[in-house]
Design a binder for this molecule. Structure first.
Ligand SMILES: [Zn+2]
Length: 106
């Protein structure tokens, strides 16, 4: 008699609020590669039709900054041979006033 097994407390789920921890905040760490990721192929090697001509400032202007400096090879992606030709062409072009030596702001 009197097997009162009724009040077994099965605890239920109180508490255990599973927390709000979302992930571990894993943020990329040191990603040093920023800046414009250009296609690293020399334009002139890729396209044989494009000539480097000191009389052609339209082409050369891609290789100077807006202040008139020659863009370094690591940025422009030119190969050494063509970068040299571009640099020479820009210098010649400057001498005949097709390209600026410098561009100053106002
Ligand atoms: Zn090249």
């Amino acid at each position: 008699m009197a097997l009162e097994a009724d009040d077994i407390d099965y605890g239920g789920d109180e508490g255990y609020g599973r927390g709000k921890g979302k992930g571990k905040g894993a943020k990329g760490g040191d990603d040093k590669r920023s800046g414009p990721a250009r296609r690293k192929v020399c334009r002139f090697c890729a396209d044989k039709n494009v000539a480097i001509d000191y009389k052609d400032p339209q082409t050369l202007k891609y290789f100077i900054t807006d202040r008139g400096k020659v863009i370094p090879r690591r940025i422009s992606g030119n190969c050494a041979k063509h970068q040299r030709k571009v640099a020479v062409a820009i210098k010649r072009s400057r001498m005949i006033a097709l390209m600026p030596f410098t561009v100053t702001g106002k």
